[in-house]
Design a protein around this ligand. Structure first.
Ligand code: 5GP
Ligand code: ZN
Length: 136
């Protein structure tokens, strides 16, 4: 927990939220600016900034909670997008690790996961660069 973190305050009940699920590892609540009906945020109970911050065991426990909530939301809609932003460049606004669970329905007008593909990239060079970073 950190005192100045919005999501830590939500977990502690200092800021109200529409909670849909809570266990020892995770807290899930409706996003205040929903992209679809049921747009949910799920956060670990402990404060971590992003996906690289959380220890493997905590992540494993948290993911089991996430899967439980995802199962419910998949029935609430008839599709589900899961999005997790890391860093300002990627659109992260709140620096407490969170996953967006976005229930989808036919013709809901939301566009997620579609992009214009980049042409003429040097795939072999990119592959080698990324592989060397993973081996650090
Ligand atoms: P990010 O852009 O960091 O991935 O997403 C942050 C999300 O938190 C946004 O979708 C935003 O609507 C949501 N959010 C920000 N403040 C609050 C709040 O006080 N309550 C709730 N329920 N959601 C919030
Ligand atoms: Zn926090």
């Amino acid at each position: 927990m950190t005192n100045d973190c919005l999501f830590c305050k939500i977990i502690k009940g200092e800021i109200p939220s529409n909670k849909i699920y809570e266990d020892d590892y995770a807290y899930a609540f409706l996003d205040i600016n929903p992209s679809t009906e049921g747009h949910t945020l799920i956060i670990p109970k402990k404060h971590y900034k992003n996906i690289t911050d959380i220890p493997a065991e905590d992540l494993s426990n948290f993911m089991q909670s996430l899967q439980k909530v995802a199962k419910g939301l998949l029935q609430f809609g008839n599709g589900l997008n899961i999005i997790q932003n890391n860093g300002e460049t990627a659109g992260q606004l709140v620096f407490h690790l969170h996953f967006h669970l976005i229930p989808r329905r036919e013709a809901d007008g939301v566009s997620i996961g579609h992009w214009e593909s980049k042409k003429n990239l040097d795939m072999n060079k990119i592959q080698e660069n990324i592989k060397s970073l993973l081996n650090q």
